[in-house]
Design a protein. Structure first.
Length: 289
């Protein structure tokens, strides 16, 4: 899959770089008397480039994260993260498409500041990265042609099922679909093509992404499996506690002022509205996590 990079504020970055250059020259001219400040002052969140957040994401997980016709990243997760970043004072957010299987490693080894791609929080993944608090909890979906006889987990026996490498779907299928032949793909687009061409019987992906492909290719959601115990979070490298706290505070602000709800209704129209991320006065039982 082609890697696409999108820079929202290239102009501003260039100006910032020019200003930084002038400041550096000024500091030299003054014989270094101008204090550059401590690292923590300049870059409290430990970002790769101060003032910018580099995000590892996916180009084909509509409506969570995807690139539109002009190559611009958008979707629920992209808009939510961009909003959260703005709340901590960072408008320069650069999204880059990756294969899902390499995403968490790229965050943990410092190539990216954050991973944003409907990434479910699990203990296994927390061995490699830290996560923000959860922001989305939904289903894992097996999608197939309406002509197929796949209706429940038992009916997957003897079938060829697509999974994207490194996903919770892959782990779930390895554990639970022991009589099913798993076919691994780097991304959803290639797996869906295989369903459409008939080389596999079904593909196992996230619920909202499945709905999107259903409309596009005349496939249907055959089996929905709850994944509420692994809500999606923003992945960051371990040990960046200040960054994590700032993201969490901003995320909860976005939930409390109704921004989260607005984005949910925009990107997942018709889907059941979960309770736990709504403003507290809109929560049925007032029980937040
Ligand atoms: O665990 C779910 C969560 O409940 C919500 O529905 C969003 O998706 C999940 O985080 C699962 N997502 C998969 C994973 O974390 C696939 C991610 C992807 O394809 N981008 O492995």
């Amino acid at each position: 899959m082609a890697r696409k990079s999108f820079r929202r504020t290239a102009g501003r970055t260039a100006i910032a770089a020019a200003i930084a250059g002038v400041l550096a020259l000024t500091a030299c001219a003054q014989g270094g008397t101008a204090s550059s400040g401590s690292d923590a002052d300049d870059n409290p969140y430990g970002l790769i480039t101060p003032g910018q957040i580099r995000v590892a994401s996916l180009g084909d997980s509509k409506p969570y994260t995807f690139t539109d016709e002009s190559g611009t990243f958008t979707g629920f997760d992209v808009e939510l993260f961009t909003d959260v970043a703005g709340r901590i004072g960072i408008d320069d957010v650069v999204f880059t498409g990756q294969d899902f299987s390499g995403l968490l490693a790229a965050v943990s080894n410092g190539q990216f500041d954050v991973g944003v791609a409907a990434i479910g929080i699990t203990e296994e993944r927390e061995k490699t990265v830290d996560f923000s608090d959860g922001y989305l909890a939904g289903y894992l979906t097996v999608m197939a042609s309406p002509d197929s006889d796949i209706t429940d987990e038992d009916s997957l026996a003897g079938k060829r099922l697509g999974v994207v490498q490194g996903t919770l779907q892959e782990a779930y299928a390895v554990k639970n679909f022991t009589d099913t032949e798993l076919v691994r793909f780097p991304d959803n687009n290639s797996a869906i093509s295989a369903v459409v061409s008939g080389s596999i019987d079904a593909h196992f992906l996230d619920y909202e992404a499945a709905k999107e492909y259903a409309d596009q290719y005349g496939l249907e959601n055959a089996i929905d499996i709850p994944s509420f115990d692994a809500p999606a979070g923003f992945a960051i490298a371990k040990g960046k506690d200040e960054f994590k706290k700032a993201l969490n505070d901003a995320l909860h602000e976005a939930m409390e002022d109704g921004t989260w709800k607005e984005l949910y209704e925009k990107w997942f129209p018709g889907s059941p509205m979960p309770d736990q991320y709504l403003p507290s006065d809109e929560q049925g039982d007032g029980d937040s996590e």
